[in-house]
Design a protein around this ligand. Structure first.
Ligand code: CP
Ligand code: NVA
Length: 305
């Protein structure tokens, strides 16, 4: 069974195959209406249960549209209004859903919930974001970088801001595809040492800075994310520590002239990024958001191959 839980559990060949499939499916349906089924309809007859313990716009819509384009169907479930929200164990939910659907996507507060779902389900489970990681997002990000002409092997990707779940998945991917990651974070919001060391053990090139200028120097791509992720409570402390880590035009000038800017969204203009950068010529955020559909399709077909 192929679960899509974290990029560090995949082989470099699997990551490459998922990216190639995403690009190919996107190109093959260029200009089509968004609900038209792909010619091969590879998931005809298949049902996805997409379960959300946290809010979502992009992940929810992209998984639903992805399944429609693959010829399948989706049930979108709000955890709070299902029995999960009343304390039914994930292990029971996993076994019940495995009798009813062909694949499960879970966005969970705790990473352990996704691991438990995968442990007890008899169908593939996809991590749709947890407090630890966001692997689906990074497949879309890598796709967007390649579309912008970046050769991932040997590229320098700068991450500026909070050392959060999205960064964890970027670090995992760096180890698989051979790009280096230059991280600028305040010490109190740096990625966990264990994540960095494990990725380095898999061959990742990770540099940690507290100065954003140094991280962004000569970067092919600059990435940031919100300073306050879903579930974070220490808002005042975060705003104060992360204030010097805003991506603005002055900082973007330190990157390569052709560098692109990515943000998984939702974005907060005037906080982690200025409006001039996110709405400016280097920003690829709406390609990145669209690519969530194409990435989900490649992940779903990989899981159900
Ligand atoms: N980037 C992302 O996962 O967006 P949503 O929270 O809207 O799904
Ligand atoms: N780091 C953010 C990503 C949202 C898509 C969060 O977890 O809230």
């Amino acid at each position: 069974m192929r679960h899509f839980l974290d990029i560090d559990a995949l082989s470099p060949g699997d990551v490459r195959a998922i990216l190639d499939e995403a690009h190919a499916r996107k190109i093959a349906r260029s200009g089509w209406p968004k609900g038209r089924v792909d010619t091969d309809a590879p998931l005809a007859g298949h049902v996805l249960a997409a379960i959300f313990e946290k809010n979502s716009t992009r992940t929810r819509v992209s998984f639903d549209v992805a399944m429609r384009q693959l010829g399948g169907q989706t049930l979108v479930m709000d955890a709070a209004t299902s029995q999960i929200g009343r304390g039914e164990p994930i292990s029971d939910t996993a076994q019940v859903l495995s009798r009813m659907v062909d694949v499960i996507m879970l966005r969970a507060n705790s990473h352990q919930s996704v691991m438990d779902m995968a442990r007890y389900a008899n169908v593939p489970v996809i991590n749709g974001l947890t407090d630890f990681s966001h692997p689906c997002q990074i497949i879309a990000d890598l796709m967007t970088m390649e579309e912008a002409g970046i050769t991932l092997k040997g590229a320098r990707i700068a991450w500026v801001g909070d050392g959060n779940n999205v960064l964890t998945s970027l670090i995992h991917a760096g180890a698989k595809l051979g790009f280096s990651i230059a991280v600028a974070c305040p010490v109190s919001f740096a990625p966990h040492q264990k994540i960095v060391e494990a990725a380095r053990g898999q061959g990742a090139l990770i540099e940690l800075f507290d100065d954003p200028d140094k991280a962004v120097a000569d970067a092919d791509c600059v990435v940031t994310d919100t300073w306050v992720s879903m579930g974070d409570t220490n808002i005042g402390e975060r705003m104060q520590a992360l204030g010097p880590y805003q991506v603005n035009e002055r900082l973007m000038e330190k990157a390569k002239p052709e560098a692109i800017f990515l943000h998984c969204m939702p974005a907060h203009r005037g906080e982690e990024v200025t409006g001039a950068v996110i709405d400016g010529p280097q920003s690829r955020i709406f390609d990145e958001a669209e690519n969530r559909i194409h990435a989900q399709k490649a992940i779903l077909t990989w899981c159900l191959a």
